[in-house]
Design a protein around this ligand. Sequence first.
Ligand code: KE4
Length: 432
Amino acid sequence: MTDRSFSRSHAEFTRACQSIPGGVNSPARAFGGVGGEPVLIERGQGAKLYDIDGNEYTDYIGSWGPHILGHQHPALIAAIEETLKRGTSFGAPTIAETEIAELLCEAVPSIESVRMVNSGTEATMSAIRLMRGHTGRDVIIKFAGCYHGHVDSLLVQAGSGALTHGNPSSPGVPAGCTNDTLVLTYNDIEQVAAAFEKEGDKIAGVILEPVVGNMGVVIPTMEFLRTLRELCTKHGALLCFDEVMTGFRVAFGGAQERFGITPDMTTLGKIIGGGMPVGAYGGRKEVMQSISPTGPVYQAGTLSGNPVAVACGLATLRTLKETNPYPELEAKTTKLTAGLKSAAEKAGLEHQLAQVGSMFTLFFNPNEVTNLDVAMKSDTDRFSKYFWGMLNRGQYLPCSQFEANFVSVPMTDADIDATIKVAEETFAEMVG
Ligand code: KE4
């Protein structure tokens, strides 16, 4: 294994820690789950990242999802450069905002009307408020292990016993913010049925990742999704798919297109910005009309729908629509995951491989991961050894067992073959 130098990253990370908490602007980047220090990135190009020590990596994070087209896609760069010639932000409506809204309405089955915001967190925060404001109810159901951004009312762990309301999972979140959040077990139909039986007339809505990325990839049963749809309809609650990660990732129309289940609302982010800060929430027109200024539920934002971010997002979505990379992307991902599974089996490593489209997770776990309790039984020490073995061999993976990997369009067969080969070397080292 080549011993890479990380000396400049170490020096610059040490410097960063003097003025930034933990040296990072998001804890997900802090390598907390794998130990050691993050590398600082100099640039990205296509499927590759280059750190400030000159090390090259095949990028399986893609900025945590946005870069399905890879880094510096020419159409995106051209769109940004062209927009910059006219300015950066006006705080006034622009035609491009209508164009991206029309594209989202066309692409995503549940969306008839949509509001642009600046992050996935802003999208889910606004969606929660809208579900409550539109229904006049307070209770929101979420599922343990699903992450919807750092929204106060969703930073919550299950109370003791499955059907009790949530307790804050972070200091700074008052109990009042989470009292009306009910945390259930993902894929557990009985719990959902019992919750609606007990307080269906109080439930404003249900929010979930329709394919979980934030436990690592966890796949819903169709029965689970169908039950949520049926119970929300029956009880007048709103079903919200948080497709910040799965939107335009697992299909052009997201998980709702792939699975044929249409929620009442959808939140989006990541890919729809193409690497620029963009989020969105949308749904049935009747629901969205409750948002200010057409309705009483307030939500606003200085840079929402700003021209530069929208230009990058539009170029991304138009490129995806024109090229339809999904079949080839899924085939490439399947080749990779088959190779990883075969390598882990050859090394005698207990593992599970969960894949939907071009997102996947290799769990070091003897059991199929269907919910958070099972996910948490994964061998995170073994994952750390895997992570560092791969990083030192030029593979940039998510720095946590509980994240998704992403394959991008510019990844070649040679890239995939190289990743499989160094995984075999890493696994041999792990069991050696
Ligand atoms: P942002 O506020 O980070 O744009 O989006 C929050 C969010 C909402 N919903 C889902 C399903 C998400 O996955 C996310 C953010 N995902 C994490 C990675 N799992 C972002 C990485 C980070 O926090 O730095």
